[in-house]
Design a protein around this ligand. Structure first.
Ligand code: DGL
Length: 213
């Protein structure tokens, strides 16, 4: 085993959905986790702000002898992973909405993506759409789920306001008759049960955390 820590970070506790999968398959690795709660949510911040935070946290990991960095945040990956890779010489792993399996596996021809405003508005997300759905054969319902990460951070996973937000954001996905929905924010796997319930039994809800790990 190569010496050094694996640095994993997110704007808050969302990245723990990936850290727990990394822990499962690499139990003897040392993980240093940063939740940037004081600056969250990234999803409602300008891109330049997210880039600055990503570079700062990565510096912190390098000072702690990191051998790899996991950007366990779709928003930060979209905004900053390319820049980060030009600045550090260790492997950098990111996470982005799993459009590929969604588009490949849909039978109804419609899929949902739930992510932050910044992720959905990013150039990187547009490129993902162009790569995996170039002819728009599949209807992709991209939902900017502002406020949902705060529900996770507050531990209000089953609170009425959380369920109301989930209902609001899943409604257009249901109306499009999607059979596949991608969790494009690392906070959302903690709401997977609630999101699945709102979408109903015929919609597969995809959590990419094991694949990223
Ligand atoms: N967990 C994050 C993501 O995957 C970001 C949530 C936020 O800070 O808005 O996008």
């Amino acid at each position: 085993m190569q010496k050094g820590i694996i640095g994993i970070f997110d704007s808050g506790l969302g990245g723990l959905s990936i850290a727990r999968e990394v822990r499962k398959i690499l139990p003897s690795e040392d993980i240093l986790y940063v939740g940037d709660c004081g600056n969250a949510p990234y999803g409602d911040q300008p891109e330049a702000f997210v880039i600055e935070r990503v570079l700062k946290i990565s510096d912190f990991f390098l000072k702690h002898n990191a051998k790899a960095i996991v950007v366990a945040c779709n928003t930060a990956t979209a905004a900053a992973i390319d820049i980060l890779r030009t600045k550090v010489s260790i492997p950098v792993i990111g996470v982005e909405p799993a459009l590929k399996p969604a588009v490949l596996n849909t039978k109804t021809g419609a899929v949902g993506v739930m992510a932050t405003t910044r992720t959905i508005s990013s150039e990187r997300y547009q490129k993902l759409l162009n790569t995996y759905n170039p002819d728009n054969k599949v209807k992709v319902v991209s939902m900017k789920c502002s406020g949902l990460m705060n529900c996770v951070e507050n531990g209000a996973w089953d609170a009425p306001e959380t369920i109301d937000l989930i209902e609001k954001y899943t409604k257009p996905i249901k109306e499009a008759n999607a059979d596949f929905t991608v969790l494009g924010c690392t906070h959302y796997p903690f709401l997977k049960k609630q999101i699945s319930k709102a979408l109903g039994p015929n919609v597969m809800v995809y959590d990419p955390s094991p694949a990223v790990a």
